[in-house]
Ligand binder design. Structure first.
Ligand SMILES: [Zn+2]
Length: 560
């Protein structure tokens, strides 16, 4: 189940728009009722194996990974699926590195004045460089507002300023623009608001460092959550060993940011106000930043498991619909009530079980899918969506020919619901496919109720979205049939409080998979109908990933 069910602290935080006019009907050659169903007993059986103590909580790089990968490969083979990797195997290797930074101070200097920020109390920083150390050496600080370049909102915080070698100070979230309340999705968070975006744009601009100012409300969580990042953090090992990233990325507290602005002869609140306008220009602060971070490094070779149902149409079989579900969980960790195995039954053994059942359904559906269906059980979601990131930046099949991603992170285990939640509802045509399928079941779509928290950017499907591939992020419904109105919220809260990322996330005797089976049928219908459709699903106008998709499709068209 998803990270967003969590309210406050956890070890890893990495982890819309409304419906307008009638949409054109999506292809429905086969009515929903005639599509194959998932078998609840099979889901339970797979979940039981994957979440057993023997699998040791499925930590990447452990015996738990070995067993999990073997189980998945065996199951896919038994179902008659083809190897999903073009090299003839069911495996995509995912090179990971664990980086533990040693505590270090950050020094701001203006002339002879120095201010030292204390590690963890005032500053949390790291380097993504796969190297023993990284340094900022009297790098000039520049306040760049929200640090955003967003052509679809006619927004550029840099205004042509060269920030090469400089250290950017940025605000978290996206700007609430007073004279244009619809910009950046209104109260919903766009990707420009996520802290990961801030470091990516800093890299594109050739900056030496990037410091995000932490503010609890716009961030969506307290500084304690940021402080958890002072422990070992995992990342992908790219061919350049991540040396293209800025030297040092990090966060500073709001108090230290205000102090920095004062030292620079500026006022934080005034700057923040200016930053919410299109006229904002970056402000060189006349202060430098110095810091050296030493790392402890550890590499792990992990694996995505990939299997394929080949399309039946000779031309369209080179086009893909990709289903994902992360197999990893937290492994063996700190003891809670005498238990150290984090079984991760709901998170996400059951999602993987659902993936296997969808795979089985695709082998029996008539007519068979025209396009190919790829099943990718990804690794290292819990370390920051790394397995899915690896697939999306090193895809086995071209993303321009990948029509859609449907991701499963948890399934409903509490019985049938009248609704299905879609995070980021209205992002793409896939939402219409999902809405029509739920309507055939007499059910409705419930849009994500907390769009301001940016949940759409926190699970594996997001890595596909970011590269431009339309991606569906379903979550369980909340209106349970035959249950009191508050039942849905109650079971969510109960899970969050007692089982989320705890050794007690195991199969419960009262699990009822009748709702999961209905949800899975919707996920099946979305993928199947996309696989049969005459047109590619697209992002809705104004969506921040549409430009990437358009450019990708245009390029691939030109190469023909
Ligand atoms: Zn999790």
């Amino acid at each position: 189940m998803k990270k967003h069910l969590l309210i406050v602290l956890m070890t890893t935080i990495v982890c819309g728009c409304s419906k307008t006019a009638e949409q054109p009907a999506t292809p429905q050659q086969v009515p929903l009722a005639q599509l194959p169903s998932a078998d609840p007993q099979a889901i339970l059986a797979h979940t039981r194996v994957l979440s057993s103590d023997e699998y040791e909580g499925r930590g990447p790089g452990t015996k738990g990974e070995e067993l999990t990968v073997r189980y998945l490969v065996d199951q896919f083979k038994m179902l008659g699926l083809k190897p999903g990797n073009a090299d003839g195997t069911y495996i995509q290797k995912v090179p990971l590195v664990g980086i533990t930074p040693a505590p270090a101070p950050l020094v701001f200097q203006k002339g002879s004045q120095r201010r030292t920020l204390k590690w963890k109390d005032d500053v949390v920083a790291w380097t993504k460089h796969v190297a023993d150390s990284a340094t900022l050496d009297r790098s000039d600080l520049v306040f760049v507002g929200y640090g955003i370049v967003a052509p679809e909102y006619n927004w550029d915080d840099y205004k042509g300023l060269d920030v090469k070698g400089k250290t950017l100070v940025m605000l978290v979230n996206d700007p609430p623009v007073p004279d244009d309340p619809k910009a950046f999705g209104g109260k919903a968070m766009t990707y420009y608001g996520r802290w990961t975006y801030k470091y990516e744009i800093a890299m594109q601009k050739g900056a030496a460092g990037a410091l995000v100012v932490h503010e609890t409300e716009p961030a969506g969580y307290p500084f304690e959550v940021v402080q958890a990042k002072t422990t070992e953090q995992f990342d992908l090992v790219t061919p350049d060993k991540n040396m293209g990233r800025v030297n040092i990325e990090g966060w500073i507290t709001l108090d230290r940011a205000k102090e920095l602005m004062r030292a620079a002869g500026q006022d934080f609140d005034t700057l923040k106000k200016q930053a919410a306008t299109r006229d904002f220009k970056p402000v060189p602060l006349g202060v430098t930043a110095s810091m050296t971070i030493h790392n402890k490094l550890r590499t792990i070779d992990s694996q995505n498991v990939v299997a394929k149902v080949e399309g039946s149409d000779p031309t369209l079989k080179d086009e893909y619909v990709v289903y994902t579900a992360h197999w990893d969980h937290l492994g063996v960790g700190p003891e809670v009530n005498g238990d150290r195995i984090y079984n991760g039954a709901a998170d996400n053994a059951i999602g993987v079980a659902g993936l296997l059942e969808l795979a089985r359904a695709f082998t029996s559906v008539m007519p068979p899918p025209k396009r190919s269906i790829l099943f990718v059980s990804v690794t290292a979601e819990e370390q920051g969506l790394l397995g899915s990131q690896y697939y999306s930046v090193t895809p086995i099949y071209p993303l321009a020919k990948t029509l859609a991603n449907v991701n499963m992170d948890g399934l409903n285990v509490h019985g049938r619901t009248k609704d299905l939640t879609l995070i980021g509802y209205g992002a793409s045509d896939l939402d219409d496919y999902a809405r029509e399928a739920t309507a055939e079941q007499g059910r409705t779509i419930r849009p994500d109720p907390e769009t301001e928290k940016g949940f759409y950017y926190r699970s594996d499907h997001f890595n596909f979205a970011k590269q431009g591939v339309p991606a569906l992020d379903p979550d369980q419904g909340i209106e349970f049939i035959g249950k009191p109105a508050d039942y849905g919220q109650k079971v969510r809260d109960d899970y969050t409080e007692h089982d989320y990322h705890k050794p007690t996330d195991v199969i419960k005797p009262d699990w009822d998979l009748s709702g999961a089976v209905e949800d899975l049928k919707v996920f099946f219908a979305v993928g199947y109908r996309v696989a049969q459709a005459d047109t590619y699903p697209d992002w809705k106008a104004g969506n921040e990933f549409k430009a990437t998709r358009d450019a990708m499709l245009k390029n691939s068209e030109q190469r023909k």
